[in-house]
Design a protein around this ligand. Structure first.
Ligand SMILES: [Zn+2]
Length: 338
């Protein structure tokens, strides 16, 4: 008997879209109407220890729950978009490797499509976030956008001529691993001097601890000690900066300096009209980071002509950028025929 070729789930007549943000601790699903408004949402924990297929079942459950809230069903949905940790292949929906989920080679798109019986499109979560801001957030109306999201690492997304650039292997936009300080500190990727190794929250924590070990005194240490926490939150950085803590301000300034260099590199290569900075650290500390990022970037632009028109701005959609972007990517890919 000839083997039946599995085909992509049929496109539905429904007008609703669903966006899912798959994180290491939680799954956020949002139902998005044709105007790009979130009309219902649902959150579930990510049961990492139970394996990939249980996680995917939880994703499907979150979708159904969100739809139930507005008395809708999966039949009303034309497509589902997922923002997932990568590296992954957006064409096949295969997640190659996701350390925070303990995944290697998981067919996320295919499996979720089977479970939901609706077309599913998978993208890197930062790509989805950048696309959300581009379509529905601060980047609305632009054509060429770079997204930079500093957090534990530094994620990046690139949109040129209105299209998300995913590259030949789905791994374009790894801005966090561009080298901004050759032979600098070791990065999570094992190389030295990546932007992520000098300007992520991980790098900031390392720098302030190192300074304290070397005898620098700061009120900020008390804040950290009080928390007994390995991880300094974005809010704590803002608090310390607000209190004019000299060491915290120094670390924030250095972070902004390297983010400025990263911005200039991206602008020199891609010439976007807008660079969007998002994530919790930027949200909490924009006052201390954004002006300095703009100033440093300007110094390093190769083409100064009209450089003042390149906007370096904060993201607007917060935690919803990825779900909205994933939903819009699903819609745009359905429109373009997959
Ligand atoms: Zn790196």
């Amino acid at each position: 008997m000839p083997k039946k070729k599995k085909k992509k789930a049929e496109k539905r007549d429904g007008t609703l879209l669903v966006g899912i943000d798959l994180g290491g601790t939680k799954i956020l699903a949002a139902v998005v109407d044709k105007n790009g408004e979130i009309v219902a949402k649902s959150k579930k924990s990510t049961p990492v220890a139970e394996g990939a297929f249980v996680v995917i079942d939880h994703m499907a459950e979150a979708v159904h729950r969100a739809l139930e809230k507005i008395d809708a069903s999966i039949d009303d949905v034309m497509g589902v978009g997922v923002g997932a940790p990568g590296p992954l292949d957006p064409k096949t929906g295969l997640v190659h490797f996701a350390p925070n989920l303990n995944w290697t080679g998981v067919p996320l798109g295919g499996r979720l499509e089977e479970v939901l019986d609706v077309p599913v499109f998978v993208h890197n979560d930062v790509d989805a976030g950048t696309y959300g801001e581009f379509r529905l957030g601060v980047g609305k109306g632009t054509d060429n956008v770079v997204g930079i999201f500093p957090g534990t690492g530094i994620g990046g997304g690139i949109i040129l001529d209105g299209r998300l650039i995913t590259g030949s292997r789905g791994s374009a936009g790894e801005l966090g691993h561009t080298i901004v300080l050759a032979d600098g500190p070791v990065c999570g990727c094992g190389k030295r001097g990546c932007a992520e190794a000098v300007a992520s929250r991980t790098a900031m924590t390392r720098d302030i601890r190192l300074a304290v070990q070397n005898g620098r005194e700061t009120a900020f240490v008390e804040l950290v000690d009080d928390l007994h926490d390995e991880r300094i939150t974005s809010g704590t950085w803002a608090e310390a900066a607000e209190a004019k803590d000299e060491l915290a301000l120094e670390v924030l300034d250095r972070t902004a300096y390297y983010l400025g260099i990263l911005t200039a590199n991206a602008v020199n290569i891609l010439d976007p009209e807008m660079v969007i900075f998002g994530g919790g650290l930027i949200e909490a500390c924009s006052h201390w980071l954004m002006p300095r990022i703009r100033q440093v970037a300007m110094q390093y632009y190769i083409n100064k002509l009209g450089a003042d028109k390149i906007q370096i701005v904060e993201a607007q959609l917060g935690d919803y950028a990825a779900v909205l972007g994933a939903a819009m990517l699903a819609r745009d890919r359905l429109k373009a025929g997959g």
